[in-house]
Design a protein around this ligand. Structure first.
Ligand code: SF4
Ligand code: SF4
Length: 311
């Protein structure tokens, strides 16, 4: 059963697939409750909710016996030129991964139902009360590195995670353990000091949080350290040795449009809302919205970011 599911996951386009018994994530209770208590989640209010569900998948899908974790490689075949340009995260080059992953996860769930009969299964991608990274590690498809991202030893960290909860009993894989060892490259490379406590992200200092999620201005001391990044930040991934041999993905939906490939700083500065809607139709960047993106760009020119707030 396990190998049939894994083979189908690989056929669908996932790079890895692993399995764990649902024996809860009770071991994270103290860490997670402390994280919430000291407001480590900053403005990500949704992390405060469904605390018990996050530790106990059977409260999300009744009678969950197994957890399946899949990874999808998104390392691009071609990097958008960074010279004389603003930089966006590689995961946002093409179509919104939520949609791309969900279609394929549903295909895998349908395969399981067709192959194994009447079963319950529910798929998640960055949605619902599921601690995806913790389950990915338990399922053996990667470990949470000092940069706090899931790293697969052969594919690296440019991967999306999908989770399926099911009432099927499936033989588990061996959980992965950290292979970071004495490496500290991401910690020292982070320009914002957001990884000063390895394996823990200081969200308030993370550029990716500041230019996507946060409604507040970056801390004054980070001025000049945002490294031309206007949507996300890949620095702690770009430097990771496990990404040195990352292979390009084969997912056509993740390819950037020709318009995006050709954009340079001057094009970003004069970007109109109509062009934004055209270039980023169906992209993850669309979720942030035109005005937030323009506000990020404005920061680099020390214009008044509040000019964009009222729009
Ligand atoms: S994404 Fe950027 S700012 Fe955030 S931890 Fe990584 S290197 Fe630091
Ligand atoms: S750069 Fe080094 S310490 Fe950081 S995640 Fe990669 S292997 Fe781990």
């Amino acid at each position: 059963m396990k190998e049939l599911i894994r083979n189908e996951a690989l056929r669908i386009g996932f790079s890895h697939c692993g399995f764990a018994v649902n024996d809860s994530l009770e071991e994270l209770r103290v860490f997670y409750s402390d994280f919430i208590r000291r407001k480590g989640h900053a403005g990500l209010k949704y992390l405060e909710t469904y605390f018990e569900k996050r530790l106990h998948p059977e409260l999300v899908l009744e009678n969950t016996k197994s957890v399946i974790a899949v990874l999808m490689n998104y390392y691009p075949p071609q990097i958008i030129p960074e010279k004389d340009n603003f930089i966006i995260s590689k995961y946002a080059y093409g179509a919104d991964y939520h949609h791309v992953m969900r279609v394929r996860l549903n295909e895998l769930v349908n395969f399981m139902k067709f192959s194994f009969g009447d079963l319950q299964a529910k798929a998640f991608v960055d949605s619902g009360a599921v601690l995806e990274k913790a389950w990915a590690q338990k399922c053996g498809v990667g470990w949470q590195g000092k940069n706090t991202l899931i790293i697969n030893k052969s594919t690296g960290s440019f991967v999306f995670i999908g989770i399926i909860l099911t009432d099927l009993e499936i033989e588990p894989d061996v959980p992965e353990t950290s292979r970071c060892g004495t490496c500290n490259i991401c910690v020292t490379a982070c320009p914002a000091g957001a990884l000063d406590t390895p394996y823990q992200l200081n969200i308030r200092r993370c550029i990716a949080y500041l230019n996507i999620e946060s409604r507040e201005e970056p801390p004054a001391e980070l001025k000049g350290k945002l490294a031309d990044r206007i949507y996300g930040c890949d620095i702690c991934q770009d430097v990771c040795p496990y990404n040195r041999f990352a292979l390009p993905h084969l997912v056509s939906e993740f390819l950037p449009s020709e318009s995006l490939m050709q954009m340079r700083k001057t094009d970003w500065l004069v970007l109109t809302e109509a062009d934004f809607n055209r270039i980023f139709a169906g992209s993850a960047i669309k979720r942030a919205g035109y005005h937030r993106l323009k506000r990020s760009i404005a920061r680099f020119y020390e214009e008044d970011p509040h000019e964009y707030e009222s729009n």
